[in-house]
Ligand binder design. Sequence first.
Ligand code: HEM
Length: 393
Amino acid sequence: MDKVKLDKAWIQDPWPLYAEMRRQGPLRRVTMPDGVPGWLVTDHAQARALLDDRRLSKNVVRARPLFPPNAAAGYGTRLSEHMLNDDPPNHTRLRKLVTKAFTSRAVSRLRPRIEQIVDELLDGIDGETDFIESFAFPLPIAVISELLGVPPEDHSRIRAWSKIFVSGVTGTPLAEAARDQDRLLRDLIRAKRAVPTEDLLSDLVHVSDEGDQLSEDELVSMAFLLLFAGHETTVHLLGNAVYQLLTNPKQQELLRGDPGLLPGAVEEFLRIGSPIHIATLRFTTEAVSVDDVEIPAGEFVMISLLAANADEARFDDPHELDLTRPAGGHLAFGHGIHYCLGAPLARLEGEIAIGRLLARFPSLRLAVDPAELHWRTSTLVHGLRQLPIIAST
Ligand code: HEM
């Protein structure tokens, strides 16, 4: 079967290729837009099985030599050596320690603060605005900074670095942002070691499991992972949800009429607009057969969560937004040992944000024709660059 070169047009509209791929077989050899070769998976059952397959490694140090020259930019720094980019037994050890600190109590403790931040951001919306810039981008970074215990005076720096990390820039700006963030996190960790505070970073500094603790380097990369993993993903949960509501007025009316539908609606937003398009780095440590196709050892496997969530073998009419469907079983939070640690927080943010947005503005509509909207050209995230809306009370 032909190897497919994925380009920017594919990111704007991946559906024709995904439909064709599913007709032709379980896997397709591809080259990603950044030149990285691999195997693309679009089928829900195969995606789920491969996310849980221990023959696929996520160890970034072992992966680096597999990248073509200049293509591993995002994986080049020490900050990328965190548990999402590692395998058992180290992943198990790190996940156990962080799970002890990142409890459901820690998440539900945040509810009143999230409500307050949401209301403050909504206060700033009047008439026409870019929903991504004015609401979806600032909300999650404020919430994670709060969760970690980053002092308010440092929030704007965290926000500025986050913009750099998600923009895809490389070279000096990326290196400087990584260095400055590393420095800020180390200072914070030392301060919290000296004087414990009521927040996740302080809990992570002091957590121990049978005498085992996180080293300073591990704390820095864990904090970086939480900031990074919890930010842009949630931005696009919110952006994609509002985009879906504005392009499906009947479903918007349904939700306005019955706010009890919100938890299920958030699952459907996650399914239909998976904020992570292709799951993060994975490569085969030995030959792996999928149906009758063999992936040799040492090759990248790209699992499209967006495609898997639109697999008609798993979900009826997958391209229809249906806020009453049982959308559980979607893969937007991944599957297996790396299943999203922040899923309860993301769901809470989604429910509060969408619920309060609808309650505040009886009329919400797109300010442009849907055809004028553009998706970000990242292969990791699936989200709109801008979402101009008109909100009226
Ligand atoms: C892992 C999605 C929000 C923290 C993951 C994975 C996915 C995901 C798909 C697994 C990636 C893979 O296996 O390749 C999402 C989505 C979110 C979201 C769609 C929002 C809608 C958050 C938040 C946090 C967070 C708010 C924390 C504050 C993490 C962490 C991991 C992870 C730490 C790594 C888990 C591990 O390696 O064991 N997320 N995430 N995420 N997520 Fe999330």
